[in-house]
Design a protein around this ligand. Structure first.
Ligand code: IPM
Ligand code: MG
Length: 357
């Protein structure tokens, strides 16, 4: 198991350290595991003058999987795109062909009170957003800023998808739905955008190969509303890059805290980058306050997707449930009556719970 660890910025290093701690405990000494550390984001600029240093790219290519913390820093927008710490992740996704982004939103029963939604709306919630990650307006050309014919400053980006790009994410979506409850909702904006008409057409055509999966379509505005109104109607949602970015943050809040949510960004085979959804959280960085459970659960996804270790992945997930059932909470999921713990204590508790689970 060759794993590249990219702790990155903000709370990234703290939560990643806990994920590595749990990884070492669950895999044990029996399996050969090679961990290599690489700089990314502001940490990359500091080490090598580039948010995605050449050395980091080389280490990443040699790995079977990447454990990623977070990248970015306040004021990022002011820096040119290629040098921006936050953009290092976008470059990495593109360079490594990580086109399929799995973002599960799963409610741990113990956290039902932490959500802002009524318990009956979210009880038993278990949905998955599959976000296309290397196309769309994020990468579409042309893009830029300039001056229009009237002499006014303007800026533009291009929403773009090719047929093969939609096809390959659609196949992943249908195969994923097959492993779950066989329901797939494709989210687009086909009522307004040509690119989304193509999206709908291609997803529908691919769907003919999966007659056992129930396919529905929603426009993204309606999907946002339905996610808040009745989220349990969804099993798998497949959507483009920018709609997936937005909807997955909304879905995260259904589960109480974005601090709980893992993700996997997969290339065509078993190579993947595993990352908590939450980001750098600079306001609490370095204070032992961050919730490491999203990073730990991302590591469990790595065991399952890149290394075929479903049993170990389950042990980790059970251990997380166990610490929640024992009432341990970081600040983001704290509820009166529970026990407040820091990042390190939470990681240690998960390690201890591995044996009890
Ligand atoms: C995400 C993040 C990134 C994105 C940012 C940090 C570039 O919001 O992974 O959802 O927009 O994809
Ligand atoms: Mg986002």
């Amino acid at each position: 198991m060759k794993i590249t660890v990219m702790p990155g910025d903000g709370i990234g290093p703290e939560v990643t350290a806990q994920a590595v701690k749990v990884l070492q405990a669950v895999v044990g000494g029996g399996q050969a595991m090679e961990l290599a550390y690489a700089d990314i984001g502001a940490a990359g600029i500091e080490a090598a003058g580039d948010p995605l240093p050449v050395a980091t790219r080389e280490i990443a290519r040699k790995a079977d999987a990447i454990l990623f913390g977070a990248a970015g820093m306040p004021g990022d927008e002011a820096i040119p795109f290629m040098m921006r710490p936050g953009a290092s992740l976008l470059r990495l996704r593109k360079e490594l062909g990580l086109f399929a982004n799995f973002r599960p939103a799963f409610l741990f029963p113990e956290l039902i009170g932490a959500s802002t939604l009524k318990p009956e709306v979210i009880e038993g919630l278990d949905l998955l957003i599959l976000r296309e990650l290397t196309g769309d307006v994020y990468f579409g050309e042309p893009r830029g800023t300039g001056v229009n014919a009237a002499g006014e400053r303007e800026a533009f980006n291009t929403m773009r998808y090719s047929e093969p790009e939609v096809e390959r994410i659609a196949h992943v979506a249908f195969r994923t739905a097959r492993m779950r409850h066989r329901k797939l909702c494709s989210v687009d904006k086909a009522n307004v955008l040509e690119v989304m008409q193509l999206w709908r057409e291609v997803v529908t055509r691919v769907g003919a190969e999966y007659p056992d999966v129930e396919l529905t379509h929603l426009f993204v505005d309606a999907a946002a509303m339905q996610l808040m109104r009745a989220p349990k109607q969804f099993d798998v949602i497949v959507t483009g890059n920018i709609f997936g970015d937005i909807l997955s943050d909304a879905a995260a809040m259904l589960t109480g805290s974005i601090g709980m949510l893992p993700s996997a960004s997969m290339a065509a085979g078993t190579f993947g980058l595993y990352e908590p959804v939450h980001g750098t959280a600079p306001d609490i960085a370095g204070k032992n306050l961050a919730n490491p459970l999203a990073a730990i659960l991302s590591m469990a996804m790595m065991l399952r997707f890149s290394f075929g270790q479903a049993a170990n992945a389950e042990r980790v997930e059970q251990a997380v449930r166990r610490v929640l059932a024992d009432g341990l909470r970081t600040g983001d999921i704290f509820q009166p009556g529970s026990t407040r713990v820091g990042t390190e204590e939470m990681g240690a508790a998960v390690v201890a719970a591995l044996d009890k689970a």
